[in-house]
Design a protein around this ligand. Structure first.
Ligand code: HEC
Length: 446
């Protein structure tokens, strides 16, 4: 009897040990397997001072989030990335590989062990503040006071800059003065002589659509952008750089979010100058193609809106795509219709207002003169869209979040002597008068 019991116990014990050993061999550890993934894929945002709510720098930081991380990566919630993998390749693709997902899942399922600190890679180092070494920093001259509550319309602040000569810029980075309240922002170049915001008082914040915002944005260029986790932007693809004409000023365009207590913000943009005159100019389209004529019927859960520009110069190449819509946006596709008759979808993805991700093409795409660049977007103006401010209205183009936009920021590189106002000419659907819906592909007959 006693002997039998012993045997049973020892069988039990050895099974247990065997099980534990097998588990050890299979379960990834934080130090060896998980930390390298977090460093590469998550710590851009998940560290103190950045936008994500928790740090994932150390085992102590990350351990309580093991199960949440598993869920977040299995549901594609994290890392934020919205491109359909069937179209295009992007240099800034954040998608996790299957092996990376499997590791995070197995680690969480296996009790999230730490492992041996000797196996850990050295910690990633982050320079406090800038990720670039700026040659020039342009800061808002005064604090913006962010109220505790309510929706805050986009704010525009003209800042006098001192570009004493024509300047070429190879990188820009925007830093939020107060990342808690800066949802996203942009810095625009306002060339000398521009009528845009010509009566604005420098340093003063103006709401989108207000009188001081009037004027044409001729020759304007988008210099820098800030989105959560976007980091610095480079403009040196194929020996290119961004051009800032002598005497230009900068316009900050900032979307603030109220956080329950009054806050202040004073944001800035840092610039790295080119060391030699570039071969090509890097230019960001001013939100084109755009559907200023859009109409999104009340209650429509899948309203299509199409816009288009035609390439008016030779030799331009597409290098970057950043769709822009508001709260009803669902998805966005960019299709190239070549003069040869061929067509190609170079981007397709879900729209997410919170992230406003930009997609950097892994390889520049040549746009022969005459190529039509067509954007095809869908909107959910039904009551099922939880972000919809009002499903009972037909929606037109407007700057306010409760209006809509169908626009895109396209990064192009081309010969430095090109006239930027000739590069992308509105065409096709973008020239139609506003109708009750659309413009749609069906109204174009194709
Ligand atoms: C571009 C910035 C960014 C990157 C990269 C990023 N995160 Fe996040 N993450 C955020 C922000 C901001 C939030 C909070 C807002 C939200 O939930 O959307 C968040 C939230 C989370 C949450 C909480 C989700 C929930 O449901 O509450 C988890 C877990 C998480 N991230 C894990 C990860 C992991 C793991 C990675 C890397 C594989 C990663 N994140 C990469 C910005 C980022």
């Amino acid at each position: 009897m006693q002997a039998a019991m012993k045997t049973r116990n020892s069988i039990f014990i050895s099974c247990f040990l065997l099980g534990a050993a097998a588990l050890n061999a299979a379960t990834p550890t934080f130090d060896k397997d998980v930390l390298p993934i977090l460093q590469k894929r998550c710590q851009d945002c998940h560290r103190p001072g950045e936008l994500a709510p928790m740090s994932l720098l150390t085992y102590t930081d990350a351990r309580p989030w093991a199960k949440a991380m598993k869920t977040a990566v299995l549901t594609d919630k994290m890392p934020p990335w919205f491109a359909d993998p069937n179209y295009g390749h992007f240099a800034n693709d954040r998608t996790l590989s299957k092996a990376e997902i499997d590791t995070l899942v197995a680690w969480a399922d296996g009790g999230a062990p730490e492992g041996n600190p000797k196996d850990a890679p050295p910690p990633r180092t982050f320079q406090d503040g800038w990720n670039i070494k700026p040659d020039m920093i342009i800061e808002m001259p005064a604090d913006f006071h962010v109220p505790a509550k309510g929706t805050i319309n986009y704010q525009n602040i003209l800042v006098k800059a001192h570009f004493d000569q024509d300047t070429w810029v190879v990188a820009a980075e925007m830093r939020a003065g107060n990342p808690k309240v800066v949802h996203h922002m942009r810095a625009n170049v306002r060339p000398p002589g521009s009528t845009w915001m010509k009566n604005a008082i420098p340093g003063q914040a103006y709401e989108e659509g207000s009188e001081a915002m009037a004027g044409a944005k001729e020759g304007a260029d988008l210099l820098g952008k800030y989105n959560p986790g976007l980091g610095a932007q480079t403009f040196d693809v194929g020996d290119s750089a961004k051009f800032i004409p002598k005497g230009s000023d900068i316009v900050f365009n900032i979307h603030y979010t109220a956080v329950g207590t009054p806050q202040t913000d004073r944001s800035k943009v840092g610039l790295v100058f080119a060391k030699h005159p570039p071969k090509q100019r890097y230019w960001m389209s001013p939100g084109t193609p755009a559907a200023f004529n859009l109409a999104i019927p009340a209650g429509d859960s899948n309203a299509e809106v199409v816009s288009e520009v035609t390439v008016g110069v030779e030799g331009a190449k597409l290098v970057y795509i950043q769709p822009h819509m508001h709260l009803r946006g669902k998805d966005y596709e960019l299709r190239l219709l070549y003069p040869s008759g061929e067509s190609e979808t170079v981007f397709k993805g879900k729209w997410n207002f919170d992230w406003q991700v930009g997609y950097q093409l892994a390889k520049p795409i040549l746009l022969p003169k005459g190529t039509r660049i067509r954007a095809i977007a869908h909107y959910d103006n039904s009551a099922n869209n939880k972000y919809n401010p009002d499903p009972t209205k037909t929606i037109w183009w407007g700057d306010q979040n409760w209006d809509e936009m169908q626009s895109g920021f396209l990064g192009l590189v081309f010969d430095v002597n090109t006239d930027v106002d000739k590069v992308l000419i509105p065409s096709g659907p973008s020239l139609l008068p506003r109708a009750a819906f659309g413009p749609t592909l069906a109204t174009l007959g194709k």
